[in-house]
Design a protein around this ligand. Structure first.
Ligand code: NOJ
Length: 545
């Protein structure tokens, strides 16, 4: 494989580290993480050994949805930095051999976007309103919503604007949906993609990739009549026409050398994911199946088998995700009994049920080592390299996630995985920055701070560093062979004589043959304890004489 070909394919097997910019590192002490803060932590990323960084939105935003309400897609939030500081970050990452993927949010803008303001000002029936999804309300004066649809964050999916028109927002009211049938919307997004690609961005993560194309011909069905089964029939999720948009984007990505990459966030049934991952479209799609599976041998094996097949069918590579900015961190999920209701647990401030913190971390490390041994690319979320659990007891007054308000307190939301990182055990905001932190950090952050773990054998940070370093030694290949194993154990081999074994069960199991190169816990004699993953490589045959 030539150097250039290898580079074109970097995304197929990359370890991509997600940064939620407002919570990573704060250089100026305003309590909000920023681009210079991230740049200052590139040595951490390089030492960790990641191949790429995915930056969640850093665009100007009123933060009605943590930055996924974008005012201007071709600018940087002044609280986070400047375009020059963005360029500096790209340069520093590239010098360290790390690629950069940015988040694109094409389903909606914010309600402060210039085009949305123009649409409001221009009034009903105006061309400006056609860029979004406005409909006349029902009733004598348009006082009723055009349909009874509910938004994903709760509450109605339509918002009245006071003149008989309502606009559609699948998420918060501050996130009006674009009308993707409008040529201006298409052209503007192409401009955005080019803008960042020209600045050296290597790839894009596409938010809510399955919702852009909508069939809103009248009459609108009632919420009860919206198809449950997606398969292209739903009025706004996973419609086949959405791929026409991505074919056009792919043409743009392929104008670059190496081609820009893209990964779809598409919550669709697994068999529909291949369309998003097609090389004629975005090229890769997130597989969230492990986020939804418990720490369970049969479930993990099934998810891997299915997804390797889907990836092959799509001519793509698979993706593995255990944590991100939208879910309870995996160290906490695995600390709870199987099937625990995570929303109820958060509402109890993380007390009911009582988490098994030690067991959760053990299982999280085992799951991470399992995932990092798989073919395909792995997406890590900031702080998981410290073994961070969820901050489950954030006080109601501190919550920022729109889910909390829109669900009227029925769901606490996603702030518990977005608390600014603890870099140091001492100092203001645990080294996050010289000032405070936009979400309160718990006192136990001192125990898990990066500086407490740095250089400490067996710490989660050193374990991640070792795992990523060993993973680089694995031959690049998308092959995996299952090895028969007892119940509760999953074992597979990779080309080059590598074996990965995870003991999901309660009892120790026998260590397979080979030289141990990584263990998420500690091998005891020739036994692999419960909740542990071990990697082995074949012993070198003695040199023949
Ligand atoms: C998915 C993002 O990951 C999530 O954080 C956001 O709230 C929604 N899309 C809406 O943009």
């Amino acid at each position: 494989m030539s150097e250039r070909t290898a580079d074109r394919d970097w995304w197929r097997h990359a370890v991509v580290y997600q940064i939620y910019p407002r919570s990573y590192a704060d250089s100026d002490g305003d309590g909000i993480g920023d681009l210079p803060g991230i740049t200052s932590r590139v040595p951490h990323l390089a030492r960790l050994g990641v191949d790429a960084v995915w930056l969640s939105p850093f665009y100007p935003s009123a933060l009605a949805d943590g930055g996924y309400d974008v005012d201007d897609h071709r600018a940087v939030d002044p609280r986070i930095g400047t375009l020059e500081q963005f360029d500096e970050l790209v340069r520093t990452l590239h010098e360290a051999g790390i690629k950069l993927v940015v988040d694109i949010v094409p389903n909606h803008s914010s309600n402060r976007h210039a085009w949305f303001r123009q649409a409001l000002a221009a009034g009903p029936g105006s061309p400006e309103r056609e860029r979004y999804v406005f409909r006349r309300g029902g009733g004598a004066d348009g006082e009723l919503p055009p349909s009874d649809w509910t938004a994903i964050f709760g509450g109605p999916a339509w918002e009245p604007v006071g003149d008989g028109d309502w606009y559609l927002h699948l998420f918060a009211p501050e996130q009006p949906d674009w009308n993707w049938d409008h040529p201006d919307v298409r052209a503007d997004h192409l401009r955005t993609l080019r803008f960042w690609a020209d600045r050296g961005v290597d790839g894009f993560r596409i938010d809510v990739a399955m919702a852009l194309a909508k069939d809103l011909t009248e009459p609108l069905p009632s919420a009860a009549d919206l198809a449950d089964v997606l398969d292209g029939d739903h009025r706004f999720f996973d419609r086949d026409e959405v791929h026409d948009i991505y074919v056009e984007w792919r043409r743009l990505f392929d104008e670059y050398d190496p081609p820009r990459t893209a990964v779809a966030e598409a919550w669709v049934p697994a068999h529909r994911r291949t369309r998003y991952a097609s090389p004629l479209g975005l090229g890769q799609a997130f597989n969230f199946d492990l986020l939804q599976a418990g720490f369970d041998a049969a479930a993990f094996r099934r998810v891997v088998t299915d997804n390797l097949r889907f990836a092959r069918e799509a001519d793509s590579s698979s993706t593995w995700v255990l944590s991100n900015h939208d879910v309870v961190r995996h160290a906490s999920r695995y600390a709870l009994p199987a099937g625990a209701d995570l929303d109820a647990w958060l509402l109890s401030d993380g007390k009911d049920p009582e988490p098994d913190t030690g067991g959760g971390l053990r299982r999280a490390r085992a799951a991470t080592a399992f995932v990092l041994a798989l073919p395909g690319s792995a997406y890590l979320y900031q702080g998981e390299e410290l073994g961070l659990p969820e901050v489950a007891d954030l006080p109601a007054a501190a919550l920022q996630d729109p889910t909390w308000l829109r669900s009227q307190g029925a769901q606490k939301g996603r702030d518990g995985c977005r608390v600014p990182l603890p870099w140091t055990a001492a100092g203001p905001s645990f080294g996050f920055g010289p000032g405070g932190s936009h979400l309160p950090q718990p006192s136990w952050f001192a125990d898990v701070a990066a500086d407490r773990q740095d250089g400490v054998p067996g710490s989660t940070l050193e374990f991640y560093r070792e795992a990523l370093a060993q993973r680089r030694r694995l031959p690049v290949s998308e092959e995996l062979t299952w090895v028969p194993a007892p119940e509760g154990v999953v074992q597979f081999t990779r080309p080059g004589g590598w074996t990965c074994l995870t003991n999901f069960g309660p009892d120790p199991v026998e260590l397979p043959a080979g030289r141990v190169v990584l263990c998420s816990g500690q091998v005891r004699g020739n036994l692999v304890p419960a909740d542990t993953t071990v990697w082995l490589e074949a012993e070198q045959a003695p040199p023949s004489r």
